[in-house]
Ligand binder design. Structure first.
Ligand SMILES: [Zn+2]
Length: 266
């Protein structure tokens, strides 16, 4: 089958293993069934902004045209720097968007993708955020009424924990053995009293299994900016990456808004 359209990041649902769907144009392609089969992706040399839909020669901030990157609330400073979110003070690019996104319950979590990292997300984005990062295990440390407080806690914990995923380690399936219960306890003790109040007593550890049989030992990163045609046997999916021929990886999220044709066996 051939499908054509603009792609955006894969949607996922928590199952054993995670199930992935690729949105392309107005279609959704379930991808897990193509593992061990050949797929061909061809870039049709057009990018449409994921916010306004206009054509753009270059993608800014993973899918925006330059105008939206500088003006759209989805590309606000607080997306990358949550502690700088000012929505709770009534300051934002779009207060309606801020009400729905920033002034909503958030969680601060510790997750193990390959290394241990601290992160935050809107509560409704759990477990999507963890799946997108390729995290194998995660625990919620704190729950806050808005993005700003979650960002403040994260910023504080960044003195002790990385906020980055080692994507290469994650894709090679190298997972550090971390005791998340004791790390959560440490995190609680690190926090100043005014932030401790947001820590949760729920110590559930989420475990996530990805559809990857065998992890690659070496990886090469593919991009439509360099190759128009990307093809191979789909050997697994983890985070927002397709693994091809057990050594090549394609970050789908990086190509948000790219116009693609995908050819699958059925
Ligand atoms: Zn735009």
């Amino acid at each position: 089958m051939k499908y054509q359209g603009n792609i955006i990041k894969m949607k996922s649902s928590l199952a054993e293993p995670v199930e992935y769907v690729l949105p392309i144009g107005d279609k959704h392609i379930a991808l897990n069934k193509f593992i061990h089969q050949k797929i061909i992706l061809t870039y049709l040399h057009q990018i449409n902004c994921i916010s306004c839909g206009n054509k753009t020669n270059k993608s800014f901030g993973q899918g925006f045209c330059y105008t939206c990157f500088t003006e759209s609330p989805q590309a606000s400073e607080c997306v990358l720097h949550p502690d700088k979110c000012k929505a709770h003070l009534g300051i934002s690019r779009d207060q309606e968007w801020a009400n729905d996104h920033c002034l909503q319950p958030h969680v601060v979590y510790l997750a193990v993708s390959s290394n241990l990292k601290v992160g935050i997300t809107r509560k409704t984005q759990i477990p999507t955020r963890w799946i997108d990062q390729g995290a194998s295990r995660a625990i919620i440390v704190a729950e806050t009424p808005n993005r700003h407080i979650a960002g403040t806690i994260e910023k504080f914990l960044m003195q002790f924990y990385s906020d980055k995923t080692s994507w290469q380690g994650m894709l090679k399936g190298k997972i550090e053995q971390i005791n998340l219960h004791s790390e959560k306890e440490k995190a609680y003790h690190y926090l100043p009293n005014e932030l401790k109040q947001y820590c949760t007593s729920d110590n559930n550890i989420s475990e996530i299994h990805f559809p990857v049989d065998q992890y690659p030992t070496k990886i090469s990163s593919l991009s439509f900016d360099k190759s128009e045609k990307i093809e191979g046997i789909l050997t697994g999916i983890k985070g927002q990456y397709l693994l091809l021929d057990n050594s090549f990886v394609l970050n789908i999220r990086k190509h948000n808004g790219y116009l693609i044709e995908i050819e699958t066996p059925e």
